[in-house]
Each structure stands twice: as C-alpha cells, then as structure tokens.
Design a protein around this ligand. Structure first.
Ligand code: ADP
Ligand code: MG
Length: 386
C-alpha cells in the first residue's frame, strides 16, 4: 500500500526525522489559510498523488504569497496529474500539501529497501539526489552507495558514517545523518515497510531536512498496522485491482486487449507470454486460484469484462485441484448472466476435462474450444483482431 507524501512525513516526524512544516488543503481557501498559519515568505504547494516526478509535471509549485498558494491549489485540485510514473491516465489530485519553502544547498538521495537476495534491509544512498535514481543507476552507478543491515546486529553507526562521508557530509551533519538513518531503519521495521525513500534529503545551511517522502507498506502486514491501513486512499488505486482484492482474486491491470482468466500464477504468467508470442497483448493478469468455484469464475468474468478495452477472452484452466466440468458450468453461467459480447476461447485440461468440453459444446454458447495453449493463444489473438 502506498502512502501520500504528507502521511509519510507524519511518520517521519514521529520518529524525529526533520521535515518542513506543512498542512494539507483541499481547496484554495484552505491553502491560503495553511500558508498564513505556517508563516514565512515562501511556500511550496505539492499535489498529493501516489507517484513521484511531480516536480517536472507541474505538481510542485513554489509561491510567495498565501493568495498565490490559493491560486496554485485551485489549478491543481480536480485535475489529473500525469508524471512519468503514472501512465497516460494520470492520477486524480484531491489534496495538496502546503509546505514552508526551504533554501536548498544540496540534494541527496536516501532509500531503504529489502535486499531479497541477502534477506537484509538495505540502504541505497547517493550524493546525486533530486533526480531520478534510475537515471543515476544507469549512467553513474559509482554514485550509488549500498549498505546491507544485518538483522541481528542492526544498523551500525560505522555504517552510517560510511554513508555520510559518501554523501559528502561533514562534522555535525554526519551526526544528524546517523540519527536520521537509525530512525529510518526503526521506522522501516516498526511499520512493515517495503520501501522508504527520501528524494531529496536536503542540506540547508548546516541542517539536513527530508524534503520529499515516499513510503510503501507491505500489504501482507497491514493486518497488524491498523492505524496506517486506515490511511489508505482508494482514489489513487486501480479500481479493478481494488475490486479484485475484495474477492481475493489476484489481478493486475495491463494495457492490452486480451483478457485472461487462469488458475495458478505460474500458468497465468505463461499464458500471457504465449499470447505475446503470437502477436497479442494481454489486458490483465488474473489468477482465480486453485480453489476456483463457480461463483469465483463468475466474479472473475464480471471483473475482466468491466474493462472496455477487452476484445477477446482467453480462459486457460488446468484442472488439478478443481474439476473442469465445474469450471465449465461457471463459464456457462457467467457468459449467460453477464451477457458476454466478445469471443471467449477456452482451453481446459485435467480432471474431468472431457465432461467440461462436452458441457461447453452443448451449451449453445459461442465459446471457441482449443485443445492446447498454443492453439488457444492463436485463436484468441485472431479473434481480438477482428
Ligand atoms: P517529486 O519527487 O514528486 O518531483 P519532490 O517533493 O521531490 O516531488 O519535489 C520536487 C522538487 O521541488 C524538489 O527536488 C525540490 O527541488 C523542490 N521542493 C520540494 N519541496 C520543497 C520545499 N518544501 N521547499 C523548497 N523546494 C522544494
Ligand atoms: Mg522527490
């Protein structure tokens, strides 16, 4: 689950990580009020969306009066922000974060992620902050410093100094950085993060301040992060993925026009690959799970059909735990209930496959049968092109 910048900064503040003072606003009047309450002569109005790259996309505006803060806010609220991280649809702006403007001497990059190979939480830091870290990694990889934290030993102050010197910090700044790094590590563990990123962590005078903040929380741990789970902003999430999650279907929206319904994540991946191999493009990843029932098949059909881009459907079921005749009944019921108007290609194999195919062919529905995955993929790609 993603957090907004203002929520991430709220957590930072609790852990003693310095952040600029800021207030959330959802209209111009609130933004002007916020600027007055915060005081000072310069403010920044920042669109709150679940994506980075806002600066370059017009989602971060520097202003020098409460009136200008109000104006900038009115321009943003209700719009969709398109950054290189959002995709062409963009994300809706419902709130802005009004912050005191900081004088920036240097911009640094600091993040914590899980190093899955080692099973350690890892810091990635760089003196080249403020820009895309992927760019830095691609063109100047020597500017990235990686530090793995051993779970038993915890983060050592010596490791913090290595990072601090690598960031070009000196004297008291190294002490501040050590405090920030220790706090970040604690925050990462306490709140079950999968990512914490500060880009940029700035040097302003002799102080370090987190100017941006991004936190992702591990979904599987949300049950024990009740407060944070309550901060979820569904308006920033893919509507179909949200509905799928409610029905415990593993679903990911994609750009193509061939919807897939498969049991098992591995088979679902293979199915998408074979569609691609034959010149098609999948509209989604969908694993209905090993315990696929008639109802789940029906729900899954409804879900994939709610995507207007879908031109054809490929059902690929291997009846290992599930019975193919039962899946066939589910497909027939769903096609009748939902009123499917696009071609449906079905490949079923395994337990009771024969009975399943018989049910489909006798159903009177325009379901296209395929005997193996290659044939199914070819047929569905051809159907989608018509
Ligand atoms: P994003 O990463 O989505 O582009 P950031 O929060 O990193 O958004 O802001 C983009 C840039 O805007 C920063 O790199 C910084 O230069 C500037 N900026 C952001 N917040 C402030 C602030 N409070 N004061 C001054 N400049 C800021
Ligand atoms: Mg940033």
């Amino acid at each position: 689950m993603n957090l907004h910048e203002y929520q991430s900064k709220q957590l930072f503040a609790r852990y003693g990580i310095p952040v600029p003072n800021g207030l959330v606003a959802s209209n111009g009047a609130e933004a002007a009020d916020a600027a007055r309450k915060l005081g000072g002569a310069k403010w920044v109005v920042k669109a709150q969306v679940h994506a980075g790259g806002r600066g370059k996309a017009g989602g971060v505006k520097l202003v020098d009066s409460p009136e200008a803060a109000s104006e900038a806010t009115e321009k943003m609220i209700g719009q969709r922000l398109h950054t290189h991280q959002t995709g062409p649809e963009g994300l809706p702006i419902h709130q802005v974060f009004v912050e005191q403007g900081s004088k920036i001497d240097r911009e640094l990059y600091v993040s914590l992620v899980l190093n899955r190979d080692k099973g350690h939480v890892a810091f990635i830091v760089s003196p080249a902050g403020g820009m895309d870290i992927e760019e830095v990694a691609a063109h100047t990889p020597e500017k990235l410093i990686r530090v793995n934290v051993h779970p038993a030993a915890g983060l050592q102050d010596s490791q913090c100094r290595v990072m601090g010197f690598g960031l070009g910090l000196k004297g008291d700044q190294i002490k501040q950085f050590t405090k920030i790094a220790q706090a970040l590590y604690k925050l990462y563990l306490d709140t079950d993060c999968s990512l914490v990123e500060i880009n940029p962590l700035i040097v302003t005078g002799d102080k370090l301040v987190a100017l941006d903040a991004k936190i992702n929380i591990e979904d599987n741990a949300l049950f024990r992060q009740k407060e944070i789970a309550g901060w979820r902003d569904a308006s920033q999430e893919d509507e179909m993925e949200r509905v799928a999650a409610q029905h415990e279907l593993n679903y990911v929206s994609l750009d193509g026009n061939i919807a897939c319904m498969v049991n098992g994540a591995g088979l679902a991946m293979a199915t998408m690959d074979v569609i691609q191999l034959h010149g098609g493009s999948p509209a989604n990843f969908l694993d209905v799970g090993g315990g696929a029932t008639k109802e789940r098949v029906s729900t899954a059909f409804n879900l994939i059909l709610s995507n207007p881009k879908v031109k054809a459907i490929l059902v690929n079921i291997f009846g290992g735990i599930v019975r193919c005749d039962m899946i066939a009944e589910g497909i027939i019921a769903a096609v009748k209930d939902v009123g499917v108007k696009v071609p449906v290609v079905v490949r079923i194999e395994g337990t009771n496959a024969e009975q399943g195919r018989k049910l489909l062919s006798e159903s009177g529905l325009a379901v296209i049968a395929a005997k193996d995955l290659t044939e199914a993929a070819k047929k569905v790609v051809a159907s989608a092109k018509k």
